[in-house]
Design a protein around this ligand. Structure first.
Ligand code: NAP
Length: 275
């Protein structure tokens, strides 16, 4: 079985982004945070650090875990209207009572570099230009990097969130894959996922996808990032047993994750250069 790491691709995307960022006015990304969740705070700090590495300015706008939904929406709208800000991202989780879907509607689609505004998903579904969520884009970029053929092939996406599963299904459809989307109400998940030539797991359940869920030789992309007791990360794929069946598998960590951050920054550089 072949392992499909994301680090080399992420480095290539970062190098390209650095060149794009240097070609015009410095791109600026604003990340709105309203949580005390340590993993989320770590993630946004890692975005800021990666941004600095490619010449993109990054403002962390921390409203605190008690921020009212209105204030979050107003902040997103203000940043969207600021001509010096090119990309606007809203980190989840949000405070109780705040709807990410509703609030993301305040992000200008032209600055929606993580594809969070429902308009971006709608445009994606309609085949119009839009920024896809960086994670969904990262899955596609990995498949392309490793030259995985999609046209006419059976692709199964486990997970239907607006962040990963749904946009990914549209991106795969656009590439003429035959796409099936599974979710928590899918009956006999293994009988569906085991039909996949390309299987993407984005369920957020550590090790849910085992050998019985995977067809021999399938290309398997593991989007899951589930915290482990020792402070590490593990995917949705039971990698030990799936390695014996799959043709190729992305590692966790070091697969989709690094490509996601790199593409978020690429989207920001592109947003800064939109006519
Ligand atoms: P989410 O919003 O919780 O969605 C999970 C999806 O999985 C839902 O559609 C849910 O079905 C489905 N699901 C849950 N249990 C299932 C089961 N037993 N069988 C079949 N489907 C099941 O999660 P998300 O935001 O999409 O994230 C998914 C995973 O990706 C998480 O581990 C997250 O940490 C990771 N992630 C990674 C990155 C990255 O850059 N690497 C970025 C974003 C997310 P229902 O719709 O029926 O509830």
């Amino acid at each position: 079985m072949k392992t499909l790491p994301g680090k080399e691709l992420a480095a290539a995307v970062r190098a390209q982004t650095q060149a794009e960022a240097a070609a015009g006015p410095q791109p600026r990304l604003a990340v709105v945070v309203a949580t005390a969740d340590e993993a989320s705070l770590w993630y946004v700090r890692s975005i800021a650090k990666a941004a600095a590495g490619v010449g993109i300015a990054c403002d962390l706008v921390d409203l605190g875990p008690g921020a009212a939904p209105d204030r979050i929406g107003e902040t997103l709208a203000r940043l969207s209207a600021d001509p010096n800000v090119h990309g606007v991202m809203m980190q989840t989780p949000l405070p109780a009572g705040a709807s990410a879907q509703e609030l993301a509607g305040a992000i200008d689609p032209r600055k929606d570099v993580d594809g969070a505004n429902p308009l971006s998903l709608g445009r994606l579904a309609a085949g119009l230009p839009a920024f896809p969520p960086a994670t969904a884009a990262a899955v596609m970029a990995l498949l392309d990097h490793y030259e995985v053929e999609l046209e006419g092939r059976r692709a199964v996406v486990a997970g239907r969130s607006t962040v990963v599963g749904k946009p990914l299904a549209h991106l795969l459809l656009d590439r003429n894959a035959t796409v099936t989307v599974c979710h928590s109400r899918t009956r006999d998940l293994a009988s569906v996922t085991s039909t996949a030539e390309v299987l993407v797991a984005a369920v957020g359940r550590a090790g849910l996808i085992g050998a019985a869920h995977v067809a021999p030789g399938a290309v398997v992309i593991d989007v899951g990032t589930n915290p482990t007791e020792d402070g590490g990360l593990t995917g949705d794929i039971a990698s030990g047993e799936v390695a014996a069946v799959a043709g190729a598998l992305t590692p966790v960590p070091g697969g989709v994750g690094p490509v996601t951050t790199a593409l978020l920054l690429r989207h920001t550089a592109r947003a800064a250069n939109l006519p």
